[in-house]
Design a protein around this ligand. Sequence first.
Ligand code: YSA
Length: 349
Amino acid sequence: MLEDWLIEVRAAPTLEALEALRVRLLGKKGELTRKLKALKDLPPEARREEGKKLNEAKHVLEAAIKERAEELKKAAIAERLRAEAEDVTLPGLGFPAGNLHVLTQVMGELVGIFERMGYRAVLGPEVEEEFYNFDALNIPPHHPARDMHDTFWLKPAPGFEARFKRPMLLRTHTSPIQVRYMASHTPPFKIVAPGKVYRHEATDATHEAMFHQLEGLVVGDAITMADLKGALLSMARALYGPTARVNFRPSYFPFVEPGVEFEVWWENPKTGEGRWLELGGAGMVHPAVFRAVDDLREEKGLPRLYEGKTGFAFGLGVERIAMLRYQIPDIRYFFQNRLRFLEQFREEV
Ligand code: YSA
């Protein structure tokens, strides 16, 4: 009898089954309990003997149930640990990798092309003084060229008037960097200056109120238009391949003389069709700009350096180059920050 019960106890599959078994054997109406209750009907001799046997059996059974309960509890914990374990050897999920904005990539490529030709890349402020953006570039007040650049003028916040010693604006082109660089450096030098520029213009497929330009400036002795054309041709070939050509059309910018607009012959690699694309303005640095720079240097107590120097400068729109390269039909796509657009320009890593 006891042996059978012990077998059952040790085989109880769960804590619930074990509890049911305990009730069945040791509960108020349990099998063993009933036997113990029945002792009173036995003659005294047999009662003592049977009572001893049954009480021992009860203790053995209780100990066995306790032992089995411990076993089952341990097994349950082990099972939970197994089920909830993290597999630290699994490879991670990984983060989606970001990528540089397509315009940042194109700007980097342009700057790299010029750096390989020995140019130094420099930056200038986006919040600029009227003097550098216009006056020093031979665009005096009321000059009609100011109308070509619809300007965002800045007003000082109350209490900051003292910081605005001269009228301030958001630069309308990267050309003010020419003046800033010349005022603090000794020629000869070759620089390019990439950056954001701002114009208070109505937006359409090819015009934005904020866009990017790349400025170039080379100053030295006996620099000519041929050097300018050579520099732009090298850029065009690096960008669009050996069939690229550069064309100059006479144009007017107050800070160059002669001034040109330059266009690049671009052949669509898919169709083989070619066309001229206007990329920007360029020319030979106007003597009035050299004079303004020397006046500024004199004000700062620096020697005049630019009389008799020659130089060329150019400025181009970066969006236009990117639009052409990737057949992007609308400049506004660059700045809408839609991932579906931006993710197309993931760099290979
Ligand atoms: C000219 C002669 C130099 O010696 C040096 C620089 C220059 C360029 C001059 N500073 C300038 O800003 N000329 S520009 O007004 O014709 O702009 C140059 C280029 O910027 C344009 O050819 C065009 O590609 C781009 N651009 C102009 N307005 C834009 C624009 N791109 C997008 N949105 C706009 N609103």
